[in-house]
Every structure is written in structure tokens, then in C-alpha cells.
Design a protein around this ligand. Sequence first.
Ligand code: ZN
Length: 314
Amino acid sequence: MKRSGLCAGIFLLSIGLSVSKTVGAQGMGADADTIVQLSESVFRRGATSNIFIVTDEGIIVVDGTCDGGGQEWLKAELDRRYDVPVKYVILSHDHEMHICGLQAFDDTAVTVAHVNAVEHIVGENRDTSMPDVVFDEYMEILLGGKKVVLYYFGPTHSDNLIQVHFPEEGILVATDMVRSGKAIGLPDYRDSNVDNLINALGELSRLDNVEIVVPGHAGLANQQSFVYFRDWLVALRSRVLTEMRAGASIEDIVERVRMEDFSDYGNYENWLRANVISMWDYLYRWREPSENLGEYQNAYPVGFPIGGTQMGPE
Ligand SMILES: [Zn+2]
């Protein structure tokens, strides 16, 4: 850190505002090479979950990006701005688009992830930093008088997704748990535990000390967005399950479950179909076998062709 004490806050504030070249009416930077200041000590790179907090004793980086040298750019930018090294790197979950390139900080940083992330990172050969420290339910990192809290609410969007909270800054990084405003939070439910995702969204909507929610993609959010996404999931799950219990095929369900009362949600047009199909897939696996269910499975076995699903990556 080039300054200390009260001056540090003022110094950082002035830097953050001066480089926020794309901050405009929406208060967001969409440019990957833009750093936006979110609070006294927390900054966001572009419209991503690539966050960092600056303290007197070092920097903590959350998530990376698969954008061709983005983390090398960030490393050079941090070196230019601050006199302290990156001490910790935190992986929100193993999905590669959110953790690419973080090995750039291996020379100075300890990498932290959920214990379940390791198998995926190794097995899928993720382009990232291998975790040095893993945890299960809860972890705190204290550095330079700042506190970072890591929560695991069980399997949600993946079996290793964690929430990264800077309580004193009022900032929660909730990668892939939500989108800005009133919106569907995910394109589909591959790798997801939908029932526990619903539970976790409720807990996140009630977490204390959250002023700003940082999604993994696009604009900033607040806790109301967890409620919106939870409402969508509860309704979608119920409607798809009702159709399945009535014996409807996936093709009929795609036709019937239109969710039109949610048509004002962001991503409605693009993600409705894959949301319905992957919810069907989740419930198909979740339902307890019975005599009637056996008939359903005979009529619509796993692998039943369901056409072009256009499930996008997440
Ligand atoms: Zn993801």
C-alpha cells in the first residue's frame, strides 16, 4: 500500500473513480480492462466476478476470467497501483470461465476453494490455480484488518460453489447464483441441486451486511434478485412436476409450461426452453420410482430425444 490509515481510503477512492472509464448511467463497467470501485477497499474488474480487496498487508483476488491474459493484465495493474502482493486467491467454484488464469498469482498467493472443487479442477483439467487450502462449511480470512467470509450452503449451482462476503464493505460475491434485477439466474440446471439452490437463495436474501451483490456476469444486483430467482425456481419446479405427474412428455411440457406470468424476467426469451428441459431432467432423476413412474420411464426413458436444447455454457 502506498499510503496508510485514513489517507489510504481517500487515495484508493480517488484511483477507483479515476479509472472507472465506463461507469455511466448503469454504474457498471462492461470492459474487461476496466476496474470499478465498489466500496472503500473492494474493486471489480469488468462485468465479472473478478473482484479484489486491497489491505495494508496484501490483496485478495476472487475468481478469474477466460479472456486471454486477463489475469496477467490484472496482476500488472495491481503491481502498478499497490506496494503489497496478492496474498490470497479465492475460487468461487470450479466452472472454468470463472477461474481461468489465476495461476498468475501463484508466486505470492495462497489459493482457497471448497473441498469439492479439487476433484473437478483436476479431473476437468481446469486452467487455473490448484487450491492450497480447502474448507467445507465456513471459513474466514483476516488480512490487514479486513475480513472475508466464505460460506458454503451445500450443493447449489455446483457441488462446490461458495459465497464470498466482505461484511464490512457490504459486498457479497454470489457467482452464478443470480443476475441483476428481476431475472432468471441461470440458463439451465446442469450440475445443479435445484432443491438446495432454492434453500440457499432464501438464505442469501436474508444475509446481513449486504449492500451490493456481485453476480458472475453482467450488472450488479442486490438481495431482491435472490428473491426473484427463487420465485422463478419454485414456480418452474412445481409446474414441471405437476405435468410429469400427469404423465406429460417432455415435448408436451416444453409446449405447456410457458411461465408467461414471469415474462417480464430478464433472460425469459432465451432461457425458458433450457430451463424447462433441465428442470424436467432434474425432476426425472429426483422422483422416487413407483409403478406409475415406471410407466412414465418406459414411455420417456433417459436419453429420450428432446431436440435442440441450446443449453448455453455457464
Ligand atoms: Zn458456474
